[in-house]
Design a protein. Structure first.
Length: 379
């Protein structure tokens, strides 16, 4: 009976690890789990864990006010290493590219515990973009013994770096598992539907909704100002749209958003929302403009085109499939592409008819099946 420790600390990690926790619970004891959270993002982590019905077995509560990246990473490495030594799992599962994932993989390595890397193999061509995530994921690759790649491209990236083919399993992305669970299990519940209708009653049903997120470190400063100025131009050009923008808590994201967009009546700058709310808004949106990696994966399953405000993306499959368009922080390009999708019905219809390259919502069962039988055939 494999005993697996799942370690995560941010909201995106929780969203993407929750399906694995659920799949382990459904294994009826064939696999057992120990969920350790670092609380790298305290408030946002708690929010999504409650919604996704995931309970931590241990909580290190490492988030501190004005915490530096180096300070958090050092603290996480020390505390996670100690906890792994106490529990002695058969494997540690980490997710993606966070500082929690990198420190946890190193802590497992120090304890001679194998590391399974969920969402392995994502790459950009630039070590500093996204920062520090690209470096984190490359470090985890070097430490992991099992690599759960979301796509064939991610698998190819790993093989090109010398990872053995026998150590890589293509699973799809677990974020699609979570998306399907929320869409099919939570949103239809009467109490959830009523709450969402009341909470977002300010939206005009006669306008097309454009959903925006923007929080990447590499976009701080001039990049964000260009994006927000472009959004202002879009609202002025298309009076039949309204923007909902859950603004990140980081002051470097909030200040320019409030300054450049706060006076526009059809731009709704709201506080960060719960995951269920965000799925609801994505499903309702006509267009999404984002620098989030996860949204690039989720939106195609909801038939919503995505404009990506990043210079590079570790999700090239979405760009190659045509479900996402990379516009960077070029304000003119953002306005041009958004205008095309808001004006050209044929161009819009082409994108929403494309297949999601990130999977079918069964990634978590494939991972758990592999934990049970590494040499078995996984559907």
């Amino acid at each position: 009976m494999p005993h697996v420790m799942l370690i995560f600390g941010t909201r995106p990690e929780a969203i993407k690890m929750a399906p694995i926790v659920r799949a382990i619970e459904q294994s009826e004891g064939a696999v057992t789990s120990h969920v350790l959270v670092t609380a790298q993002h305290r408030h946002m982590l708690d929010q999504v864990m409650g919604i996704l019905e995931v309970t931590a077995d241990a909580d290190l509560d490492l988030m501190k006010p004005s915490q530096s990246l180096a300070g958090y990473t050092a603290l996480a490495l020390e505390r996670v290493t100690e906890h792994i030594a106490e529990v002695r799992p058969d494997m540690v599962l980490v997710h993606g590219d966070t500082s929690t994932a990198m420190a946890s993989a190193l802590g497992a390595f120090y304890n001679h515990v194998p590391v399974g890397h969920v969402e392995a193999g994502l790459r950009t061509a630039t070590l500093n973009s996204p920062f520090p995530e690209e470096a984190n994921r490359r470090i985890v690759t070097r430490l992991a013994s099992t690599h759960f790649a979301p796509t064939e491209q991610a698998r190819a990236n790993l093989l090109a770096e010398g990872v053995s083919p026998s150590d890589v399993l293509v699973t799809g992305n677990t974020v699609i598992d979570s998306l399907h669970w929320v869409k099919n299990e939570l949103l239809p519940r009467p109490e959830v539907a009523a709450r969402l209708a009341e909470r977002y009653g300010f939206l005009d049903p006669g306008k097309r909704l454009v959903l925006v997120t923007n929080h990447r470190r590499e976009n701080f400063g001039t990049g964000m100002e260009r994006v927000f100025t472009a959004l202002r131009r879009l609202v002025e050009r298309f009076p039949d749209i309204e923007i909902v923008f859950p603004v990140h808590l980081n002051p470097q994201a909030r200040e320019p958003a409030m300054r450049l967009l706060g006076d526009l009546p059809t731009v709704h700058l709201i506080e960060p929302v719960e995951y269920v709310d965000f799925v609801h808004l994505m499903a309702r949106a006509h267009l999404i403009i984002t620098d989030s990696g996860g949204v690039q994966e989720e939106a195609p399953s909801l038939d919503v085109p995505v404009l990506v405000t990043r210079e590079t993306t570790e999700r090239p499959e979405a760009v190659e499939a045509g479900t996402a368009l990379l516009v960077g922080v070029n304000g003119d390009l953002l306005v041009s592409e958004a205008s095309r999708l808001l004006s050209d019905e044929a161009a819009y219809a082409h994108i929403v008819g494309l297949r999601n390259p990130y999977g079918d919502g069964l990634a978590a069962p494939r991972i758990v099946n592999h934990l049970l039988d590494p040499n078995g055939v996984t559907p």
